[in-house]
Each structure stands twice: as C-alpha cells, then as structure tokens.
Design a binder for this molecule. Structure first.
Ligand code: HEM
Length: 467
C-alpha cells in the first residue's frame, strides 16, 4: 500500500476519502490539473490523491521540486497521461521509456535538427506561415469579425511544424473547421486524459464508445503520417528537415537508422508535441496582452524599436525582443501548457532529506503550482508581471523554479523552436494590431493533457502602417 513511499502516511491527502473511489468523487474530472491546484493550495508542497486504490504523489514545493531535478538520483517517469499515450506515440521520443534503445538513437539523430543552424533554416518558413495568419486576421478584421485565438494559433503552429519538419501543408487557413488531423489528435489526448479518471479494469466497459472513437482517431493519425512518409520516399528527400533526418540519418557512432515503425511514431510525436503546447502558450500570451494594455504598449514599443519597419525581421532580430520574450515566459509561468511531468527514483533515496522513496517510486511535479510557490514568486504570484523575468530577477531566484519545458535529459527537445516561433509571431502581431479583450470574457482553461484558454476571442484594430 505504501507504493514505494515508506513514509506515505505522513503525506497529506484530502479529508474525505471513499473506500473504492478514493478522492475521485467531488473532483472535476474534466479539469484534473486545476482540481489538483485547488488541493495543492489546501494541502501544501507535497500531497497525495487516491484513485481506485492507488496513491498519486504530487509535488510543487520549490525545495522538493529542485531535489527531483537531480538527474543523478531521479529520471523521467512514463506514467499516467504520458503512459496512456503509448498506443498513439509508442516508443517515440516523448513516450519512450528511459532504457528503450530507440530513445537514445532518435535523440542523437534528431537533436541536430534543433541546433542553431537548423533553426535559422526554419525561420523563413515560420515567417511565411505567420504571413498566412496575418492575411487571415486582416480578412476577419475587414469583415468586422473578432478572431478565434486558440483556433487560429493551432492553425499557425500545426502549419509551422508540418512545413519546417516535414515539408507538408495541411491547408489549415483554408478551412473553416480544424483539420481532421487536429480533431483526431484532440480526441486521442482527451481520451488519454479520461483513462486516468476511470478504474482500469472497468475502462473497456465504461468507455466503450469512446474507445471505438479513439481507435478510429489513431488509425487516422497513422494514415496521415504514412501518406506523408510515402510521399517523401517517392520524391526522394526534402531539404534536410526532420523527416529527412528520420528517414536517412545514420547514428554517427553505430551507423544505425530508425526503423519504419519508429519513424511513424516519431512523426506523430513531433506533429502533436510540436504544435499543441505552443498554440496554448501563444493563446495565453495574447489573452494577457489584451488584458494589460500597458504591457502590450511596452512590448509593441520594443518591436517598433528593434525591428523598425523591416518587412521580414531576420533570425537574429527575434532573440532581441527581450520584453516580448518575458511576456511569453510569464504566460508559461502562470499556465505552463504541458502542466506536469513525472520523476522516478533511480535507486532508494530520500526526497529532500525528508521523504524516503524506494527505487521506481515516483511523483508528479505540478508545474502551475511550482510556478506560483509564494516563497519564490511572492504573495502576488497569481498576478501577471513580465518583469519577473528580467535577467536580475532570474539570477536572484533559486534554480529549478521555472520548468515549463521539463527537466534533465528528457526535457523538451523543441524548446528553442517553440520560443523562436512564439516570440516571432507575438512580435509580428503586436506590430500589426492593437488587441482588444472582450470585457465579458473570463479566462476558462480547458484540459486535454495540455492547457488551452477556452472560447478566447479578440477584437483587432489595424495599426497605422509604419512605412
Ligand atoms: C518534451 C513542454 C514545444 C517536442 C517536453 C516536456 C515538456 C514539454 C514539459 C517534458 C515532458 C516530460 O518530462 O514527460 C513543451 C512546451 C512547449 C513545447 C510547454 C511549447 C511552449 C515543443 C515543440 C516540439 C516539442 C515545438 C517539437 C518541435 C518535444 C519532444 C519531447 C518534449 C519530442 C520529448 C523529449 C524527450 O523525452 O527526449 N516538452 N514543449 N515540444 N517536447 Fe516539448
């Protein structure tokens, strides 16, 4: 019953527990992360929730989370939501077990695809996709309509990863409704999340209809990816993008290549991981910019100063938008769009000198609460303030207190990609439009493993042309 935590009984849990269902009743099953945030505030820096006879340990205290970042004693744990994605993403980079040989192989083969040189190559394509977004927004504006922020950010980020990674065009901006790939992806993510809220043995019964839909969604994802790979094999190679690396690059030391089955899983992994979270991050940032006109004005002034009226800002001009980047960091602080990651003990150890853990015992780091830990971020931690990310403020904070991209060897491989894309797009949008919030909108966050503001629409106003 202690599940690898000999001191489990000392870890606080919600007061009302039911024999079989544990802490599940009364919980918001559609919003498990926000539900856990509520418990975190009541129960403190480490707590547990029980579901169907199993205990899940959550950690968000700064000292505890920093200890879990010690790679010599802890590693990624493939559990809960991530494990539920194994049928979709198999031994792809995100869902691979630490000791699966395909993880190291794929990591070594694909990491150069995110090095500076490769990133510079993506920049022009990112600009082109952003141009399709602003064309679309110009049309909406001319028609007197508000814009669908999460929908359009998803169009943008899907097209960006598809084009830069795979030379593929989903035509998202030419469609009124999301591309079927997006619908199937959202379906599989939502299903993976729901699996956590039903007892394992009963899942086939309770989720029969949902399981059938999930099987159809997975088949659609596979088919889309198989077509995309077949087209590339026929055309005989792109310009050294991610797909070329997956198909053709041999490991520098062993000469080994990814198998066809593994390539399929990697393509799905990158198409999904490469757009869903960035879309959410951009959407939250636009929400906060629209809500804080003073912050938006300061960001816009920076863009005008650094970019002037250059029609196509260069690669190096993106990293110079320091304040815009701080807006993005602050949005990822409050709503890290991949809101948790799991860590397991590599051997018997004691967490932060207090909580004994046996080898294999694991905990979830609840990032949105780590990012609001009052001892680190102050009593106003729920407020939006990009100046928390000035260089001096960052230096003054303890390490491992800002973790939107996870930690260690299994941290996000696409971090620079996401930050470059999102900073570029925010810069372009700030330069072109004034953003007006709907005064009646209250931020509601939907969950499908990832976080996304729900129903966010903004009214735009075209800024006077600079030239
Ligand atoms: C892993 C967050 C964008 C590809 C991760 C992890 C986090 C994360 C927290 C670690 C998960 C864990 O420990 O279980 C984010 C956020 C993003 C973002 C917040 C955007 C704001 C991207 C992009 C790509 C990408 C753009 C690809 C182009 C991956 C992959 C992994 C990963 C492949 C698994 C890495 C490994 O285990 O070797 N991401 N990510 N992500 N991410 Fe991202």
């Amino acid at each position: 019953a202690e599940q690898g935590w000999p001191g489990l009984h000392r870890i606080p849990h919600p007061p009302h527990r039911l024999p079989l269902l544990g802490d599940v009743l009364g919980a918001d099953r559609r919003r498990p992360v926000q539900d856990s945030m509520r418990f975190a505030r009541e129960l403190g820096p480490i707590f547990r929730r029980r579901a169907f006879g199993k205990e899940f340990v959550f950690v968000w205290g700064a000292r505890l989370a920093a200890d879990l970042a010690d790679e010599s004693r802890f590693a990624k744990h493939v559990g809960l939501g991530v494990a539920n994605l194994r049928p979709v993403a198999g031994d792809g980079l995100f869902t691979a077990y630490n000791d699966e040989p395909n993880w190291q192989l794929a990591h070594d083969v694909l990491a150069p695809g995110f090095a500076r040189e490769a990133m510079e190559g993506y920049h022009g394509m990112m600009l082109a996709v952003a141009g399709r977004l602003t064309d679309h927004w110009d049309r909406e504006l001319a028609a007197g309509r508000t814009v669908d922020v999460p929908g359009d950010m998803t169009r943008l980020t899907l097209e960006t990863i598809a084009r830069t990674g795979f030379g593929h065009d989903f035509g998202s901006f030419e469609r009124d409704r999301p591309h079927p790939f997006v619908t199937a992806m959202v379906g599989t993510l939502t299903y993976a999340q729901r699996l956590n809220s039903v007892p394992g043995p009963l899942a086939p019964l309770l989720l029969r209809a949902a399981a059938r839909r999930n099987a159809a969604d997975m088949a659609y994802l596979d088919r889309t990816v198989d077509d995309l790979v077949a087209a590339r094999r026929r055309s005989g190679g792109g310009e050294g993008d991610l797909l070329d690396r997956m198909l053709a690059t041999a490991h520098p030391e062993t000469g080994e290549k990814l198998s066809a089955q593994n390539v399929r899983k990697q393509v799905i992994t990158f198409l999904v991981a490469g757009h869903e979270t960035t879309s959410g991050a951009l959407s939250f940032a636009l929400h906060y910019l629209a809500r804080h006109p003073g912050i938006a004005a300061r960001a816009r002034a920076e863009v005008d100063r650094v970019w002037g009226d250059a029609p196509r800002p260069g690669y190096d001009q993106v990293a110079k938008l320091r304040y815009v980047r701080r807006v993005l960091d602050e949005s990822l602080r409050l709503w890290p769009t991949a809101p948790a990651f799991a860590r397991e003990a590599r051997q018997d150890t004691v967490l932060a000198g207090e909580h004994p853990m046996r080898r294999g015992a694991w905990a979830l780091v609840l990032t949105p609460m780590l990012h609001r830990e009052p001892e680190v971020w102050g009593e106003d931690a729920d407020g939006f303030d990009p100046d928390r990310f000035t260089a001096a403020a960052v230096r003054a904070r303890p390490p491992h207190t800002f973790k939107p991209f996870g930690t260690g060897a299994r941290a996000c491989i696409g971090r620079q990609f996401a930050l470059h894309e999102a900073t570029l797009v925010l810069g372009l949008l700030l330069r072109r439009y004034e953003l007006h919030a709907d005064p009646g909108y209250r931020l509601t966050v939907t969950e499908r493993l990832t976080l996304m503001p729900e129903g966010l629409r903004l009214r735009l106003e075209r800024r006077p042309r600079l030239t």
